[in-house]
Design a protein. Sequence first.
Length: 132
Amino acid sequence: MTTDPIADFLTRVRNSVKAGHRVVEVPASNLKKEITKILFDQGYILSYKFEDKGPQGTIKIALKYDKLTKDPVIKKIQRVSKPGLRKYSGSTEMPRVLNGLGIAIVSTSAGVMTGKQAANQNVGGEVLCYVY
């Protein structure tokens, strides 16, 4: 059992991208499902599938690569708020990742969403990770 399941999820995705894998399989949880949906909606992954194998199920994520250069779409995926040091942000000071080209995934009282969506809905929360 890992102490930080979100960091484990992000590390599995990061390592699979660096190794050039097409699919990565991670243990499922509700928060991981929400993060996976955001990555799909923002165009960072090709597709995903939730499977009910085992006690908690798994998420199969098909990673996305550029058709011409074969470069991965996810250049960097970085954990921001850690169990030892939580990072919170209000609705007015949401972080801009790569001057607006990347996304910040934020856990708010209204659910998990991108930093732009949180600012539009005028809610703040815990900044989980940056993706670009």
